[in-house]
Each structure stands twice: as C-alpha cells, then as structure tokens.
Write a protein that binds this ligand. Structure first.
Ligand code: ATP
Ligand code: MG
Length: 564
C-alpha cells in the first residue's frame, strides 16, 4: 500500500513514474492525455472506479486531460441505459470529461478506411473459415497455427469481398476480415487476428448503418491514436494484446500512444465481472443494478457510500503489476472513516422493546439535548423528546444476564443516552409465548443529562426513542452478497455461493423524530448500530433506511493486530 496518498492515484506508482519520465524526455511534448474507455454493456463497478481515479487523477495531477470514450463495438450487448448510468456514476465520483465525450462508433468510417489501407498493403485478407474453423487453425500455446486457405487471396478480391461484406451481401459469421501477421507467433493474439466480423445487428448509436463491426483490438489503439492519447492505461489482461495494439498503429503509420497495464481490482466476497453482475440482475438474485448489495457504483452509492470514501480507497490501494485480491473490509473501513467525521448521530431502535417509566408523570414531555457529532463540535446539538413510554433495543435487556452482560436486567440500573438513569422493576411477558413484551422501570430525576449527583456509576449506556414521537421505518440490513471469500472459483456456478442472508428487512424500526425529514441518500450514524442512509425508496409516509456499514471495523482490527 502506498504510504502517502497525496493524489487520487495514491501518490507515487509505476504508471506515474512512466509519465514523469516521459515528461522529462519530452516524449509527448509535455502532454498528458488519458482516457477512460468503458464498454456500455453494464453498470460501472468498484473496479472501474480504480481505473477512473487513475486515469482522471493522473491527468489532473499533471495538468492534462482525460477523455470519456465509450468502447461500443459490440451492438448486441450495448444499450443507452448503460451509457447514461456510466456518465452519471463518473460525475458522482467527482470527475469531469468536459467536452471530451467520444464513442468508438464515431470512428467506424475511419476504421473501415484503415482496414482498406491494410488490405491494399497486403496486410489483411477476407477469410471464409467459420468461427470454429478459425479456432482450430489458430493452434495452441505449444503448437503453431495453420495458415488459412484464404490467406493469399489477391488484393483485388479482398477489396471486393470486404466491400460486399459491408454492403450486407453475406450472412452473419460467414466471413471475417483478418490481419496477415504470423500464424507461428508465440503470441496467439498475433496469429492473424480477426479485424471485422459480419453482424446484422442494430447498434444503439449507428442503428442499422453497419452490418460489419470492428473487433476491440482493431478499434482501441486507433481510437487512442485519433484522440492523441499519450498514455493508454488498461488492465493486465491486455498485456498480451499490446504487440497487436502496436502492430496496427505502426502498420497504419499513425500517431502512436503508449499502452500501460496495471492490476485489476478484485475484492473478497465480491464478483466484478459485468457478465456475472448482469446474471444477478436478469435472474432476479438482486433487486437491480443499483441494489445496495451490488458492487456497482450505483449500488454502493445507494448503500450510502460517499464518493470521497471510494476515492480514498482507490488512492490507498495504489496500482501494481500483479493481480491480487483485496479484503472487502478495507473498502468498508474507508466509508466508516469518512462517515464517522460527517454523518450526524441519531438514535434509532431496530427491534423495539416497550419500556414504561412508572414514576414519570403521565402526559409530561420534555426534550433533552443530544450531541450531533462528538468528532465535530461545529455540527451542534439537537433536542430529543423524552416521555413516559420509550423503546429500547430488545437485545439491550436480558432477564437472566450472563456474566459479562452489563446492559439492562431486572433490578439493574443503566444510563439512557443523553437522558436519565433507569432501573428495571418489572417484566411483562406474553402469556402464550413467554416472550418479554414490556418492561417497567423507574427513573432518577436527579440524573438528567446522564450523571448522578451522588457519584454512583452505571456500567452501560443504551440508546432509546420516545414512543409517542417515534417515526416508524423499514430498515434494510445488508451482509456480503456471497458467503465465500472467493465466489469466482473455477468450475462452480458462482451463484452457488450467494449468501441467503445478504438482506434482512427490519419492518418496524423506531426512529427519533429528527429523521422524519430525511431525504433519499441522507446519511447518519445510528448510535451503537452503524451507518445508515435513507434509501431511494424512502418517502415521508414510509421511510426506508439502508445500513451502509456496521460500526465494528474489521479492517482496523486486522491492522491493529498486525501492529501488535
Ligand atoms: P468486466 O470484465 O467487468 O466486464 P471490462 O474490463 O470488460 O470489465 P470495460 O467496460 O471494458 O470493462 O472497462 C473499462 C475500463 O475499466 C478498462 O480500461 C478496464 O481495464 C477497466 N477495468 C475494468 N474492470 C476493472 C477492475 N476490476 N479493476 C481495475 N480496472 C478495471
Ligand atoms: Mg472490456
């Protein structure tokens, strides 16, 4: 992990070092121009945030520019809904592409001309092998491939056939345009890779203008080149594609950006493949792309994460040249750290147990002063109503308290947060089930504000909500979406590892009245329970809150243990 986090990109890292070097040697005349190139075939996830922070962050640090470019060469999987959500999520994270919004599909005509140029130069040919045959001819890592019988077609024939491919004369999959490189190359990507395929599919931007579409490899480098990108930063799986990236721009004789690869983000208990995330949505395992259990930016946002927490997380993890898997608790650590400073504290009872203060006068009401955030005095105080009937958390009472249990029990005195000392004097049970349904207590009027004038101590402080003014709410408690640290295990359907307890709906929570006006995505700390935010479904008539994170910080514990 980087020791200093001066920038979005986590201070120094090898990508930054390459840029610093290029600035020194004047390789790109002092320019730094990056791009973030999502394919609009799904929503962005936390892995993309790493790439966004890196690309936009480096550009900002060096006074450069970062483009947003949709890499939309696959019409069957791409949709406008995804384009819109991607733009919204990048803005939410806090980055701005200004007027530099591009689409690879805008370059289709230019790419076609470049393909013709390669055909004329004898560097590309139309191949009639089927997809399956192309695979068979390709060979393996240990065996060279075989040359296609169509490899030596005359340039004239290739030009004619490619034009007719574009004109729509041939059905899908019957022909491809391939580059003529080297069927014996140790790099499989260099064994006459396909440049164009026939696909009679409607594209979300170009409609039915095209029925041939360029492959990713024939699109990406040239798109970078057109946009005069200096550093084309992508993930490690493209390392083997770099020779092809370089081959195309060199053969075409066009401006040559530099591709640099870094490690993908992987998190425990999480899947970060858009294909898998799409399965979760389509098969109804989650409530949508923005389900708060999803690792999508839309989901994480709805869960209550702040953009700052995500950016701090991305800065802290740095970038490297080896793929690993990070502990999910590290991400949670950053949201706690941020919300601890910013989220006002309030009292809410998730599983209410009714408490009647027998010696508190009926009909009397008073308000008590509560601190909004002990971490930040400027957040001030608020008044919380107190009355004869309250709710406390069911788990804050035990009829037969075990040894280390210091909360409320028959005959025991505890402190109500910001309130009085109370002593439990009676327990009412459901006759049939034996369940405790109500407590009777007395309070000591002299302990208002939480201290006894005679100096007597209590061993615990519990939270509470006054019944008459309580706001009823639904609270959604989330756990990891998967119950396996690595749900991406080969050979097993990943949904096998879904955690059946990833969502618990608490239907009848009681909130202090200041929460009545909470707007969707307003964030709070519910004292003693965790960080919560109002859900997008929340209305004044039916408030709904999501638990963003519990208070317990596993990551801080791991770190502490490591230091000991
Ligand atoms: P997926 O495998 O999830 O479908 P992808 O790589 O196909 O992802 P793109 O839309 O092509 O998704 O990604 C846009 C950019 O984000 C690419 O430069 C890609 O390398 C980067 N990216 C995608 N996933 C991650 C990740 N887990 N960590 C870091 N960067 C990522
Ligand atoms: Mg991709």
């Amino acid at each position: 992990m980087a020791s200093t986090t001066t920038t979005e990109t986590g201070g120094s890292n090898f990508v930054r070092d390459i840029i610093l070097d290029d600035l020194k040697t004047g390789k790109y005349q002092g320019r730094v121009h990056t791009r973030f190139p999502p394919e609009p075939n799904g929503y962005l996830h936390i892995g993309h945030a790493k790439s966004i922070c890196l690309n936009f962050g480096l550009a900002a640090e060096f006074g450069g520019k970062c483009n947003l470019r949709f890499d939309d060469t696959n019409p069957e999987k791409e949709e406008t809904e995804y384009v819109d959500s991607i733009m919204e999520n990048i803005r939410w994270l806090g980055f701005d592409w200004e007027d530099r919004l591009y689409y690879a599909s805008d370059y289709f005509e230019q790419l076609y001309e470049w393909a013709v140029q390669l055909i004329k130069a004898g560097k590309a040919y139309v191949c009639d092998l089927s997809a399956e045959e192309v695979r068979q001819y390709r060979g393996t890592l240990t065996e060279p491939g075989r040359e296609s019988p169509y490899r030596n077609r005359a340039v004239e024939d290739n030009l004619d056939l490619f034009e007719r491919m574009r004109a729509g004369e041939f059905p899908d999959g019957t022909r491809t345009l391939r580059s003529k490189i080297d069927m014996a190359s140790p790099n499989l990507n260099m064994r006459d890779p396909v440049m164009y395929r026939i696909l009679h599919a409607e594209h979300h931007r170009t409609g039915d203008k095209w029925c041939i579409y360029p492959m990713y490899d024939f699109t990406h480098g040239q798109s970078d080149s057109i946009e005069k990108i200096t550093h084309s930063i992508c993930t490690l799986e493209f390392e083997d594609h770099r020779p092809l990236y370089d081959w195309y721009v060199e053969q075409l004789g066009i401006y040559h950006p530099q591709q640099i690869e870094f490690d993908r983000l992987n998190l425990t208990y999480t899947v970060l493949s858009k294909r898998k995330l799409l399965t979760l949505v389509q098969e109804g395992f989650v409530r949508g792309w923005d389900d708060p259990r999803m690792p999508t930016l839309a989901g994480i946002r709805r869960r209550g994460y702040t953009p700052e927490a995500i950016r701090n997380f991305c800065a802290s993890i740095g970038v490297s040249k080896t793929n690993g898997i990070l502990d999910l608790s590290l991400l949670e650590h950053f949201v706690r750290e941020d919300l601890n400073k910013r989220a006002p504290r309030v009292m809410a009872v998730l599983r209410p147990l009714r408490v009647v203060i027998d010696n508190y006068p009926e009909g009397r009401a008073e308000t008590l002063e509560a601190v909004n955030n002990p971490e930040d005095a400027s957040m001030g105080t608020r008044q919380v109503p107190f009355s004869r009937v309250l709710y406390i958390e069911q788990e804050d009472f035990r009829e037969d308290p075990p040894k280390q249990y210091f909360r409320l029990a028959p005959g025991r005195e505890v402190r109500l947060r910001y309130g009085y000392f109370i002593t439990c004097t009676g327990v009412v049970k459901d006759e049939k089930t034996g369940e405790v349904v109500e407590l009777h207590c007395t309070y000591d009027p002299a302990t208002r504000g939480g201290n006894a004038p005679d100096g007597r101590k209590v061993k615990s402080t519990i939270h509470w909500v006054s019944a008459a003014q309580a706001v009823d709410a639904e609270v959604r408690i989330y756990d990891n979406l998967f119950d396996r640290a690595n749900p991406n295990e080969e050979g097993v359907v990943f949904t096998t590892f879904l955690n059946p307890k990833s969502l618990e709906v608490v239907p009848n929570a009681k909130l202090e009245p200041s929460l009545a006006g909470a707007a969707p995505l307003d964030r709070y700390q519910f004292e003693r329970l965790g960080y919560f935010c109002a859900d997008l479904d929340s209305t004044a008539a039916k408030p709904v809150f999501n638990r963003t994170a519990a208070l317990r910080d596993t990551w801080a514990k791991i770190e502490k243990r490591a230091k000991e």
